[in-house]
Design a protein around this ligand. Structure first.
Ligand code: GLC
Length: 751
């Protein structure tokens, strides 16, 4: 029979077991929730989040909803911000960047706080982190979504290597108002083109797993209809029909959701009387319930506190309550939620369940980013990734594909590479800062190749005669003499005109969209010398350049090409690269025509020059200066053999549309073959044309290619008067064209 264990020994054994258990609990990482029972990784994440929520104080939960603006120049968090991190009261930062700075702040979160939830570092990586690519409107001019995806993936590699795991891009706002400075940040005026580029950029930033060390979480912004701001004035009122929301503004955001975008950002504007940041219709009804989006929504910069200025919130507490209850999760920079959340919960104005839902969105993002497993970045990789020469080569290539040849009379372009005396004049010809445009991320002016650098690479510095003529605003003609002297002493002149980089982008609306100041006067003086010249435009929006369009021998729209601007412009000007881009936005003849866009409705009295009583202006040619989808090439292309089959389909059927494009010129070049559609008779009015497909092809002289598009239900559907998506029977016209004007025409019928 076994002897009883002496009591003292039993007590000692029990104490030892308890100590071992306590030690084991201490050693288990805090983020490891009880082992998930489900085999679904999402369930495992949700179980971990449940565990976090069960252990967090309300103040710590509110902390996860707070985002603050780190020191921009250094990328480091301020001491007061680090103290909030220690107290578990800061979830993410804006502008915190650089491997050393982010690792240092992360160490505070993981080693000096009781909570030990990793910090999330966000930054505006809009068109590049250190290697700056063309501005998004320029990249959209390539009509090459693969290029946009690649540039976003390179930006992601560089950003994540620098500790940034979340970018506030892509901006997917469509707009028909070039007075609005933020037109430069998107893909132009068309919802279809905008949707294609939205998906491409989300894929580029995120890949299929954004926990990888070369990917970042993307943001669809600015939700929603920011591009509809009245009069093109930034931050202004947006009041549009639900039809306009769903047919025009929503699709690029829906494309981002379908591409798996990780986050959304609300817009500053009101949407039909309710500011987007506190708008349950767009934030909950559409985004969550209709579309099933499950990531966090971050406000724009102080947009929650601005609810007071909008006049819908009486004070900070009111603003916080409205925003969180409407579905905004993270507060950027203002602190209304952090400072009032506990009282709002105590007063029953905010439920802790609503707070938990917002915190869940944030923690889910951090898990999906892999931050709990790999919170630090390998600082030894940063310098090499940011200076990867392949990134510069791609920036040069994509910049070349982004340029649009607007005019080329008499083969003024390309320039001979044998020229011995080339004048280079104009305010933007040698300005490093202006080459990158707005939102340049961590781009460095010193890295930028200017057009002067690029042309001197080709012709030699002795053969390039540079004279600025005037600065970008060009209020003085004092420098015109030197510029004209350079032109007169040269064989040909390259004239670089356009807007200063900060005349487009945020808070940069213009009431007139002419060339700034005396630039046109400079151009006229150059023309008057009788010397051959070509114009290069660098701008963040369409410009009303009527005189240049009528008189300049050649015009290249270069937008802001980025770090490799000068090499890319030189490649195009000398014919090494064919400028095969197309306009993603209409160029008006005058500001008074705005909004002017290719996909207008027919009206009952469409413009007819022979009939006074039709929709037109008396004082301007009622066509655009350059239409959507327009762009020339150094060669010429012909479209032929349009076929549509079958000729009749039912409402769920699809149609194949094919045509042959041939290079009928003497040089290789690119063409963007575009497919447009019109529903001839429907229960609601339909645009005179809608883009429904495009393909950029490169062809050698004499070569041809058969291009085929497929139209299916989503392409043919419309929202009927009750808002239902339907394909209605009747005749449809299709065009295959090289712009939104003209082209080969055919029709088919839906039974
Ligand atoms: C700005 C912009 C937004 C940007 C954010 C953070 O005000 O509206 O696009 O992502 O603040 O910089």
């Amino acid at each position: 029979m076994s002897r009883p264990v002496p009591i003292r020994l039993r007590i000692a054994l029990a104490a030892a077991v308890a100590a071992l258990l306590a030690l084991a609990l201490l050693l288990i990482p805090r983020d490891s929730a009880p082992p998930a029972t489900a085999d679904n990784p999402n369930d495992a994440i949700e179980a971990r989040i449940d565990d976090w929520l069960s252990r967090m104080t309300l103040q710590q939960k509110l902390g996860q909803l707070q985002q603050l603006d780190a020191d921009f120049p250094s990328g480091r968090l301020r001491d007061d911000q680090l103290q909030l991190v220690r107290e578990g009261r800061l979830g993410s930062t804006l502008n915190g960047r650089g491997a050393a700075a982010t690792n240092a702040a992360q160490r505070v979160a993981l080693e000096e706080s009781s909570l030990r939830i990793p910090l999330l570092f966000s930054f505006d990586v809009i068109h590049g982190y250190r290697t700056v690519f063309p501005v998004p409107l320029g990249e959209a001019s390539s009509w090459d979504p693969a290029a946009a995806e690649l540039s976003a993936s390179i930006a992601a590699q560089e950003a994540r290597a620098a500790g940034v795991a979340w970018t506030f891009a892509p901006m997917v706002d469509v707009t028909r108002d070039p007075r609005w400075g933020r037109i430069v940040e998107g893909a132009g005026e068309d919802s279809y083109l905008g949707s294609v580029f939205s998906a491409a950029r989300v894929h580029g930033f995120q890949g299929d797993d954004y926990s990888r060390p070369d990917r970042v979480a993307a943001t669809a912004k600015h939700w929603v209809a920011y591009g509809g701001t009245e009069a093109g004035r930034d931050y202004n009122t947006v009041d549009v029909s639900d039809r306009r929301l769903r047919e025009f503004y929503f699709p690029p955001f829906r494309a981002a959701v379908d591409a798996g975008v990780a986050t959304f950002m609300t817009s500053f504007n009101e949407v039909n009387g309710v500011p987007a940041t506190a708008n349950p219709y767009v934030l909950r009804d559409v985004l969550r319930r209709e579309w099933g989006f499950d990531g966090p929504v971050v406000s724009d910069y102080t947009a929650i506190r601005e609810l007071i200025i909008h006049g819908v919130a009486a004070d900070d507490a009111d603003a916080a309550q409205l925003a969180v209850n409407a579905g905004t999760d993270i507060e950027m920079v203002s602190r209304t939620i952090a400072e009032n959340g506990e009282r709002l919960v105590a007063e029953g104005k905010l439920s802790e369940a609503t707070i938990d839902e917002a915190v869940r969105h944030v923690l889910r993002l951090k898990y999906r980013l892999g931050l709990f497993d790999r919170p630090y970045v390998d600082a030894s990789r940063e310098a090499a990734v940011l200076s990867d020469p392949q990134h510069r080569r791609e920036a040069r290539r994509i910049a070349g594909r982004s340029m649009v040849l607007l005019k080329n009379d008499g083969g003024a372009l390309p320039l001979s590479r044998d020229l011995r005396k080339v004048a280079l004049v104009g305010p933007l010809a040698d300005s490093q800062v202006d080459m990158m445009g707005t939102w340049i991320g961590d781009g460095k002016e010193s890295d930028v190749v200017t057009i002067r650098d690029g042309l001197e690479q080709v012709y030699g510095s002795r053969n390039v005669r540079y004279a600025q003529g005037c600065d970008a605003p060009c209020r003085s003609s004092g420098g015109f003499g030197n510029a004209l002297a350079a032109v007169r002493s040269s064989q040909a002149a390259v004239v670089v005109l356009g807007e200063p980089w900060d005349w487009s982008g945020e808070a940069s609306a213009r009431s007139r969209i002419d060339l700034p100041g005396k630039q046109e006067q400079l151009l006229k003086a150059i023309a008057a010398t009788g010397k051959p010249y070509v114009v290069v435009l660098m701008n963040g929006r369409p410009l009303t350049i009527d005189w240049a369009a009528r008189h300049a021998p050649a015009i290249v729209e270069a937008w802001y090409p980025g770090s490799e601007a000068g090499n890319a412009v030189a490649d195009v000007l000398t014919g090494k690269v064919d400028p095969g881009g197309k306009l993603p936005v209409t160029f008006p003849r005058s500001t008074g025509q705005i909004p002017i866009h290719y996909d207008e409705k027919p009206t009952g009295r469409p413009f007819d020059p022979a009939n006074k009583y039709t929709s037109k202006y008396l004082d301007v040619d009622n066509t655009p200066l350059y239409p959507f989808g327009f762009g020339l090439s150094y060669t010429r292309f012909a479209l032929s053999d349009l076929s549509v089959s079958p000729g009749t389909i039912d409402a769920d059927g699809s149609v194949s549309v094919s045509a042959t494009v041939r290079n009928v010129g003497r040089r290789a070049g690119d063409e963007v073959v575009q497919l447009y559609l019109r529903d001839r008779v429907a229960s609601v009015t339909r645009p005179v044309r809608s883009l429904r497909g495009f393909s950029r092809v490169t062809l050698q002289p004499g070569a041809s290619q058969r291009v085929t598009f497929r139209l299916d239900r989503d392409d043919l559907a419309l929202l009927d008067a009750s808002g239902r998506s339907v394909v209605e029977p009747g005749a449809f016209t299709v065009w295959v064209s090289n712009s939104s004007v003209g082209g080969l025409e055919a029709s088919f019928t839906v039974e």
